[in-house]
Design a protein. Structure first.
Length: 510
């Protein structure tokens, strides 16, 4: 993951993978810390805690991780270089097919860190007492020079929905990749966690014309194309066809394909038809050479696979729509939206995030472009009754510096995702990286940290911008949602350490 600073624009510094085996690391945490005790928690608190820790033992210990956030400043560099003969983000992907939806959280609650303190309640359990304890803990940490010139913070008790702490809570700030929380919540709200994106093949009435129709699945891979080709070949042979004219349809998406930040190795042109996020190498994460025309390349690969299956194509595929009265002869469905959301959040995947925004636009009757995505996501968040004053959701990935949200909005989204009345939003929590184990937090905590395994958070980094938003279980078993935003930062690594200290501080508050 190359994220070496260059010029005015950089992206998260490379985060080294843990040198120890994650299962061994978890075992040592268990021996050191004992079992989390949930005695005394209300049903609502138990649900919230379970949601916050669901992947920590199961999918969480599978290190499909890497500093995907670390491409963001690099892509900005590229953008700046193009403009000044002078960037954006690697938020690459994990495995090509994405993780499976998270298992049931209660089933995977296991020893992870220091035991929950269930001693008799005292004055600190009152709202005023909790707020005072948070002020005492967070106040000094928020003054760290590494957090730049403007910083904001919000902490919410997810069991009650009460804001326990706020500093600059309603100040719109550039969120960088933490905006993926908003994109994900909007998509889940509009489409549901079980939604799958379809890629189809349609044949003309005479079976002489064939069209590969993109539905917007950025994780479509060669294996899926091969299966589509095999199914298509069987259907055509049943009708006596052995050769076809091949076309490909990308009309489901509209507007500019290029992100405003410009061409770079961290996000492909946004297309309704692409294979492996437009990557031209064998990678499945991080920066990589990207296709200038992912749809055409995908159609060419499909044509070759058709040939292998016994159906010849008469010429190079052309862009076009299916013929009138055409019929579907083959269909591939993506993994469920819940898995796409989890992969987008854990790996900070730009391509999936932009696809989520466009799928939300399609579901709500908006054009599937950047502007349509902005309107659709904003509308869905409004329906969730979240504070949107000053919000500008210019893209789905957080690459656009015109994005603006408040810490109150981000923390509110996480609290809403923990609400039992909104189970459709649960993948927002289960997809958050686990401190010290997965995704963009795999290298930012170690086994000695108070927050390892108990902090789950989405990272965000642009030049001069650092953010962290997620959940943490405090010593009394409460699941707290937090959002910390900082701008005017000068050292990404120091800013990240300061943000991590803030999140860890929440864990230590009694």
């Amino acid at each position: 993951m190359c994220a070496r600073e260059r010029g005015w624009s950089t992206v998260d510094e490379p985060v080294k993978r843990p040198s120890v085996d994650p299962l061994d690391k978890l075992s040592r945490l268990t021996r050191r810390s004992g079992v989390i005790r949930l005695r005394g928690l209300s049903d609502r608190q138990f649900t919230a805690v379970s949601a916050g820790l669901g992947l920590a033992l199961a999918a969480g210990v599978v290190l499909a991780a890497g500093p995907w956030d670390s491409g963001q400043r690099k892509a900005e560099q590229d953008w700046a270089a193009a403009r000044i003969r002078t960037g954006g983000a690697d938020h690459g992907s994990g495995t090509p097919s994405g993780p499976e939806p998270a298992p049931s959280a209660p089933a995977v609650l296991q020893p992870l860190s220091a035991a929950t303190d269930n001693s008799a309640p005292d004055a600190r359990d009152t709202p005023n007492g909790a707020a005072a304890a948070l002020r005492a803990t967070l106040g000094p940490l928020l003054k760290a020079p590494a957090l730049g010139t403007v910083r904001s913070a919000v902490v919410i008790d997810t069991a009650t929905g009460e804001r326990l702490y706020g500093q600059g809570a309603d100040t719109p700030m550039t969120p960088a990749s933490t905006i993926k929380i908003a994109t994900s919540a909007a998509a889940l709200s509009a489409l549901g966690p079980g939604h799958r994106i379809a890629t189809t093949v349609r044949a003309s009435p005479d079976s002489r014309g064939l069209t590969l129709v993109g539905g917007g699945d950025p994780t479509l891979d060669k294996a899926a194309l091969r299966a589509l080709a095999a199914d298509t070949a069987r259907a055509l042979k049943d009708r006596g066809a052995t050769s076809v004219r091949l076309a490909y349809d990308t009309s489901r998406y509209s507007g500019p394909a290029r992100h405003p930040i410009g061409p770079n190795e961290n996000i492909a042109p946004v297309s309704a038809l692409m294979t492996d996020e437009g990557r031209l190498d064998d990678s499945d994460s991080g920066p990589a050479p990207r296709s200038d025309d992912p749809a055409r390349d995908t159609a060419r690969t499909f044509g070759e696979l058709l040939h292998d299956a016994g159906i010849a194509t008469r010429s190079d595929p052309v862009r076009g729509r299916p013929a009138a009265k055409s019929r579907t002869v083959a269909t591939h469905l993506s993994v469920p939206l819940s898995a796409l959301v989890e992969r987008a959040l854990t790996n900070s995947d730009n391509d999936i995030a932009e696809a989520l925004a466009r799928q939300t636009a399609l579901a709500t009757g908006e054009p599937a472009d950047f502007d349509g995505g902005r309107r659709a996501v904003t509308a869905r968040l409004k329906k969730l009754r979240l504070p949107l004053t000053g919000a500008n959701l210019a893209d789905g990935s957080g690459l656009n510096r015109k994005d603006k949200v408040t810490a109150g909005l981000l923390a509110g989204l996480l609290a809403r995702a923990a609400d039992p009345d909104h189970p459709e939003l649960r993948p927002v929590l289960t997809g958050l990286p686990v401190a010290g184990f997965t995704g963009t937090l795999s290298g930012r905590y170690d086994e000695k940290s108070e927050g390892t395994g108990l902090i789950r958070a989405k990272t965000g980094t642009l030049t001069g911008v650092n953010s962290l938003a997620g959940t943490v279980v405090d010593r009394r078993g409460r699941l707290l949602a937090f959002a910390f935003l900082a701008s005017g930062t000068t050292s990404p690594s120091e800013a990240q350490s300061s943000l991590d200290a803030l999140a860890t501080g929440l864990r230590s508050v009694r």
